[in-house]
Design a protein around this ligand. Structure first.
Ligand code: DGL
Length: 277
């Protein structure tokens, strides 16, 4: 069981920022990453639809024999985590909302915390609940920044357009709340826009994302369940690039090209398998 891969799922390539943190925390593990590129974005869809899509994606990964599922998509984590955990029990299912909330509570001194995310994540209020569960007196303001997803997908992650959009979404929010000192990047696509977001909110606001804290939760879960893989010799395990197999529901070549920005390294198009859910 311990030698099985970890499944990671997102609506597209954004979750590769989470995969990156997972690989660095767990170099001996193998991963299967599924990006539901055919149906992105999830952030504008209803909770029912996202839950259905998330279950279908998870089923493909479960069919490939994963030992643990990471829901790297914030929107899917916020609406479908409980459903996935119930449907696929006893498989451990880990989302990104609680780790992101824990990172925010650790980073904020004032307790005034901003969350930027997709429309679906903001509508569901999962970040507010997770933050208040850790820090009941926290004041949380959530802002839907859906255009950031398109900018990141287009590769316009810095420069005047990204900066203007970030200003438009964020300048007032921060200007009206002088004590706000922490902003959660509550969407897989936002870490690549970090520079433009930081320029819009100014130096007093710390930016946190859930990638590293999610990786810590996964490490703890593997240790607790005695599921850590033994030492792996790279290239001898049948997985693609450094222990990762990539699956996409549409346009594998685009997945490889855009995904490289999120993963921080090149992805060979032939390493991306087209799958149908
Ligand atoms: N993966 C989604 C999230 O983290 C962002 C992209 C989308 O809207 O599907 O919320």
């Amino acid at each position: 069981m311990a030698d099985r891969p970890i499944g990671v799922f997102d609506s597209g390539v954004g979750g590769l920022t989470v995969l990156r943190a997972l690989r660095s925390a767990l170099p001996d593990e193998r991963f299967i990453y599924l990006g539901d590129t055919a149906r992105l974005p999830y952030g504008t869809k209803s909770g029912e639809t996202v839950t259905r899509y998330a279950e279908q994606a998870a089923r493909v990964l479960v069919g490939r024999g994963i030992k643990l599922l990471v829901v790297a998509c914030n929107t899917a984590s916020s609406v479908a985590l409980g459903h996935l955990a119930a449907v696929f029990a006893p498989l451990p299912v880990i989302g990104v909302i609680e780790p992101g909330a824990a990172a925010a509570c650790g980073a904020s001194v004032s307790g005034q915390i901003g969350v930027i995310a997709t429309e679906g994540t903001v509508r569901g209020g999962a970040y507010e609940r997770a933050i208040r569960a850790v820090r009941p007196a926290a004041e949380v303001v959530s802002i839907a920044c859906q255009l950031f997803v398109a900018l990141a997908e287009e590769g316009w992650v810095s420069g005047p357009v990204a900066e203007a959009v970030a200003q438009r979404y964020l300048a007032n929010v921060v200007g009206e709340r002088p004590a706000l000192d922490c902003l959660v990047l509550g969407c897989t696509h936002f870490p690549v826009l970090r520079q433009a977001i930081a320029a819009a909110v100014g130096p007093r606001v710390r930016l946190v994302d859930s990638a590293e804290t999610t990786a810590e939760v996964v490490v703890e879960c593997l240790l607790r369940s005695d599921l850590r893989a033994g030492h792996r010799t790279r290239g001898q395990d049948g997985a693609g690039q450094a222990g990762v197999r990539f699956l996409a529901t549409d346009a594998p070549a685009r997945f490889a090209r855009v995904g490289a920005v999120f993963l921080g390294e090149a992805i060979a198009p032939e390493d991306v398998e087209l799958v149908d859910l």
